[in-house]
Design a protein around this ligand. Structure first.
Ligand code: ADP
Ligand code: MG
Length: 343
């Protein structure tokens, strides 16, 4: 028996684990402009351009539940998840590669449904499916999506560029996907033993859409380009606002103040949270999977950003020693905390 100490993953957390595993990674090619640590890796392509590359894995039973997740939507969502990371670099998505681990319980027709969703999303986003890999799985459906995008190097936006006094901006509304998941889980529980279940989703269509078929915000990248705005930093909201703000602060070596009453939350999110006795702000902060964009711009850009009409300013960047805080309407400060692995 070895007396080597065994470290539990929980001791490090998701990000601590990634840091540990990748700290000795080599970076010996001149074309590798950025490795681990951002939404995408960045590879030089010619003198002025760069390719950005991201990969994401989605596991049945961990990231999705096939008892209520239509495969068409799952295919669509897989593309959103991949493309969202490319958009977060202020780059344009161009290609995806999709790999599958398939269990024998899955029919050919079911997989065709999955690809119908993939193709639909690809068409919507102007992305080409150019390859992948297919293998058998003993543990349910496994989806891996690799997304490639392109940008002029000078407009690439990293997590690390936020500056003191920059405004913190967010697109869309937050917490909807998490409340959609809660709704689906509730109906699954309630209807477990019912013969012909008829789930009650009326009035909550937006929440279902947010969770099952989230849209990648390519419209935002287009609008920013049109208005000549290059954010100083950007990240997509896959793990919840709190976690993403902390990632920006860590990468940019700064602090942040987020104002609770400025966090955009949709009416349906508030309604369901009320019904389930949950806090919608917690859903926005820790829920994740909204695939909206969080970015910073210099204070002088406030008017320009507000005029876009698709963005809310929710706070500002502070000195690193100030930490990252949520400011409540009564003026008290709550330290932001991240959650790590989901579910
Ligand atoms: P995102 O939520 O934007 O998809 P992650 O939080 O999953 O990003 O990953 C953070 C960074 O760590 C990314 O740069 C990613 O490429 C890298 N990363 C994650 N897991 C691994 C791994 N197992 N090996 C190498 N790099 C990893
Ligand atoms: Mg990301």
């Amino acid at each position: 028996m070895s007396d080597k100490r065994r470290t539990e993953i929980a001791e490090l957390g998701e990000f601590g684990l990634i840091d540990l595993l990748t700290k000795d990674a080599t970076k010996s090619n001149k074309s590798t402009l950025r490795g681990v640590g951002d939404d995408c890796a960045v590879v030089a392509a010619g003198r002025d351009d760069a390719l950005v590359i991201s990969t994401d894995v989605m596991l049945e039973g961990v990231d999705f539940d096939l008892t209520y997740f239509p495969l068409k939507h799952l295919g669509y969502k897989a593309v959103t998840v991949g493309v969202s990371d490319v958009l977060a670099m202020n780059a344009r998505p161009e290609q995806i590669m999709l790999s599958l681990g398939v269990s024998s319980k899955m029919s050919v027709e079911a997989l065709q449904d999955l690809y119908e969703g993939v193709n639909f999303a690809c068409k919507e986003l102007g992305v080409d499916l150019v390859g992948g890999d297919t293998s058998a799985s003993m543990t349910g459906l496994v989806i891996n999506i690799t997304t490639i995008g392109r940008a002029k190097r000078k407009v690439l936006t990293y997590r690390s560029g936020a500056q003191f006094n920059d405004l913190i901006c967010v697109t869309g509304a937050l917490g909807g996907a998490y409340m959609g998941l809660n709704l689906l889980e509730r109906e699954k529980r309630v209807l477990r033993d019912v013969q012909n279940p008829e789930p009650q989703f009326k009035g909550y269509e937006y929440l279902l859409q947010s969770y099952l078929k989230p849209r990648a915000r390519k419209d935002i990248i287009d609008a920013l380009a049109e208005d000549g705005i290059v954010p100083t930093s950007m990240i997509d909201i896959s793990d919840g606002l709190a976690s993403e703000v902390l990632q920006l602060c860590k990468a940019s070596q700064c602090g942040a103040r987020i104002y609770l009453d400025r966090i955009p939350i949709a009416q349906q999110t508030n309604n369901l949270a009320d019904e389930l006795h949950r806090d919608p702000v917690v859903a926005a902060l820790n829920g994740g999977e909204d695939y909206e964009l969080l970015f910073t711009v210099p204070l002088a850009m406030q008017e320009k950003v507000m005029r876009m009409g698709m963005v809310d300013v929710i706070g500002h960047i502070t000195r690193p020693t100030a930490g990252a805080y949520l400011v409540t309407p009564d003026g008290s400060d709550i330290e932001l905390k991240a959650q790590g692995f989901k579910r």
